[in-house]
Unconditional design. Structure first.
Length: 398
C-alpha cells in the first residue's frame, strides 16, 4: 500500500538533533517511509490512500519502551484485553516488553525463563495487535542462568534482558549476567528504585553504576524513586539511558530531565509508561509524560516527542521513531484538542494539555483516520481525501 499525507502543518522528525523537518507531505510505500517534505502531484496521485492532514502536526508513532507484555493483547494484572490496540489509539505504534514477568505462574528456573523469553519473542514476531509492533521476549535474569544459556537464546532471536526480578541476594550479583547478555548483543535493562517484589532491596545509583546496563528502567521510580543525589551521578558518571516512566515519581522525572538538559545528556532520556501494572492500563500515558516534561519542565515539546520516539529507537536500535526516508512507516497526526485554548499540538503540549490524535499509520497502514477513541477530538479535521481500496479507515468506536 502507498499512502500520501498532504497539507501537514508541522513535521516533528523525532530526531533530537534536528527536531523539525521542512515541508508538508509524507509518502509511505509498503512498511517504509518513501519521502518526507515535498512530493510531486504525480507521486501523490499514485498513492492508494491520500490523507488530508488539514494543517495538523505529524510525529513519528510513539515508542513505549516499558510495557508489561504477556501473551496476546491481554494484561493479567488488570484482567483486560485489547489494551495494546487501545494504546495505538493514543499514538503508540511500538511497544517494547519490560520482560514477561506478569505471566501468571511464570517460571524461575533457567529452562523456564529461557523458554518464556523465546516463546514471547516468537509469538510477537509477526503478530501486531491493532497494528501495534511489539518487541517481546526479555529474559528475566535469574541466578541459575549462565552465559551459555544467554548465548543459546540469543541465537533464537532474544535480544532483551531484564535485571531486577531475579532471586539474587544482592543486586550487585547481576553484574556477570548483564556483562554476558551484553556480550551476546542484548540490550540490558535494570529495575531502578524501590523494589516492587517483597523482600528484594532497592536498586540505587551505586548498583546501576556497578552493573552498567544500557537502560535504567523507570529511573524516576517504578513507582518508588531512588535518592535524589543519585540522578546527577548516573548522568555524569555513566552512559546509561534514563527511562522516565509515567507510572513513576513525577517530581524525580522533572529533576532527572532538568539535570539531563544541564549536562547536555538529554538524548539519553527516553520516555515510557511502565504499564499496565498496578497503576493501570494507560493508553495516553506517553502523551501525558510528554506534556508533563514540556509544561512543568519547560522543555521544548519537539524535544519531548523526540525522547518518546527517536531517542527510544536509538537506544534500542530500532528502525522506527524518526520521520525520514527508509524508516518504518509509523506516523501519528496530532493537533490541539478541540475546545482548548491553544492553536497547535505543540502549543497544547507546552500548555499542559495532551495532544489530540487524528490519525495513526503503522507498518504503512492507516489504522484510523479522523478521531481516536481515547483522546479528545482534534481542532482541525484530518480526513481521507481519496482511497482506491475497499477499506474504511474511520475506525474509531465511540
Ligand atoms: Zn515495569
Amino acid at each position: 500500500m502507498r499512502v500520501a499525507i498532504v497539507n501537514i502543518g508541522t513535521i516533528v522528525s523525532g530526531d533530537l538533533r534536528r527536531p523539525f523537518a521542512p515541508g508538508d507531505t509524507i509518502i509511505t510505500d509498503g512498511d517504509r517511509i518513501a519521502a518526507v517534505g515535498t512530493a510531486s502531484t504525480v507521486d501523490v496521485e499514485q498513492c492508494d490512500v491520500v490523507i488530508d492532514a488539514d494543517g495538523t502536526t505529524a510525529i513519528p508513532g510513539l515508542i513505549d519502551s516499558h510495557v508489561h507484555i504477556t501473551f496476546g493483547d491481554f494484561t493479567p494484572r488488570q484482567q483486560t484485553i485489547g489494551y495494546l490496540e487501545s494504546y495505538l489509539q493514543g499514538g503508540v505504534t511500538t511497544a517494547i516488553s519490560a520482560s514477561e514477568v506478569h505471566v501468571p505462574g511464570r517460571p524461575h528456573d533457567a529452562d523456564g525463563v529461557k523458554a518464556l523469553a523465546v516463546a514471547a519473542h516468537k509469538c510477537f514476531e509477526h503478530y501486531r495487535p491493532g497494528g501495534m509492533k511489539v518487541y517481546a521476549g526479555s529474559v528475566i535474569l535469574e541466578p541459575s542462568l549462565t552465559g551459555n544459556d544467554l548465548g543459546e537464546i540469543a541465537k533464537q532471536g532474544v535480544w532483551l534482558a531484564k535485571a531486577g526480578f531475579g532471586a539474587f541476594d544482592s543486586a550487585y550479583d547481576y553484574a556477570p549476567l548483564i556483562a554476558a547478555a551484553r556480550a551476546h548483543g542484548m540490550i540490558t535493562t535494570v529495575h531502578t528504585g524501590g523494589s516492587s517484589i517483597p523482600g528484594s532491596g532497592a536498586i540505587t545509583g551505586d548498583h546501576l553504576l556497578a552493573l552498567n546496563p544500557h537502560v535504567s528502567f523507570h529511573v524516576n521510580g517504578g513507582p518508588t524513586a531512588m535518592p535524589d543525589q543519585d540522578f546527577e551521578r548516573l548522568i555524569v558518571e555513566s552512559e546509561i539511558a534514563l527511562q522516565i516512566c509515567t507510572a513513576g515519581n513525577l517530581r524525580t522525572a522533572l529533576l532527572c530531565a532538568k539535570l539531563a538538559q544541564q549536562h547536555n545528556a538529554f538524548e539519553r532520556l527516553i520516555i515510557a509508561t511502565d504499564t499496565p501494572t498496578g497503576s493501570g492500563v494507560m493508553p495516553l500515558g506517553m502523551l501525558y509524560t510528554i506534556s508533563h516534561l514540556a509544561s512543568l519542565g519547560g522543555i521544548g515539546p519537539e524535544r519531548c516527542i523526540a525522547a518518546a520516539t527517536g531517542s527510544n529507537a536509538r537506544v534500542y536500535d530500532l528502525d522506527c521513531g524518526v520521520l525520514a526516508p527508509g524508516k518504518a512507516a509509523d506516523i501519528a497526526l496530532i493537533d490541539a484538542p478541540d475546545g482548548g485554548t491553544q492553536d497547535t499540538a505543540l502549543g497544547a503540549i507546552s500548555h499542559g494539555d495532551i495532544a489530540a490524535v487524528g490519525a495513526v499509520i503503522s507498518g504503512g497502514e492507516p489504522r484510523f483516520v479522523g478521531r481516536s477513541r481515547n483522546t479528545p477530538g482534534t481542532t482541525r479535521k484530518v480526513r481521507v481525501a481519496s482511497c482506491r481500496l475497499a477499506r474504511d479507515f474511520s475506525g474509531a468506536r465511540h
